[in-house]
Design a protein around this ligand. Sequence first.
Ligand code: CA
Length: 224
Amino acid sequence: MKVLIVEDEHKIANSIKKGLEQEKYIVDVVYNGIEGLDFATSETYDVIVLDRMLPGMEGVEITHKLREKQIHTPILMLTAKGQLDDKVEGLDTGADDYMTKPFAFSELLARLRALVRRPQQTVDSVITIDNLSIDTARFEVTRNNKIIQLTSKEFSLLVYLVRHQNTIVTKEQIVNNVWNYDANVLPNSVEVYIKHLRNKIDDSKLGKPLIHTARGFGYKIGEK
Ligand code: CA
């Protein structure tokens, strides 16, 4: 597992590097945007941790240039402040996930693992978990070979959960990733959609429950 860290705050960059190396990752660190783009295009990485505000070239621009060059390495973007528009802009330009600084290292690790586990879109559009199968290209969901009809929002929510399978996602993350920035969504709406999804996916006739509540934190799909 090879990771590129692009972060101009040396202290943060070096502490992430140290932590990842303890987890047996191979880590390259650069401290400005120009080198970040250079490394990301000339080497092959499993995942890139990319700060948004960088000297030389900003994280959003780097992401944009990589995607233009058809380099689809998963990107976890770090944002200094928790402003919603920052996050949405980061995702709109092709970053796969974002985290607001400061963060706990364990969360970073969990997110990197989830990103790397995420199947490459070009290779296989079908994601399976237990006997649940989601075809993201055909918008088709089956469980125990039975077709399940979902609304488009339920489908987006399910895809978000399975792309982070076995990882707890918060209601805030769900709102930020599944709904549009301008939508008026409250955490309660997430609960309602989760309930709808459970009624359809976790029907006991089809299999064991897959969607779990982490009380006070959020939800996860996968093994209990
Ligand atoms: Ca910075």
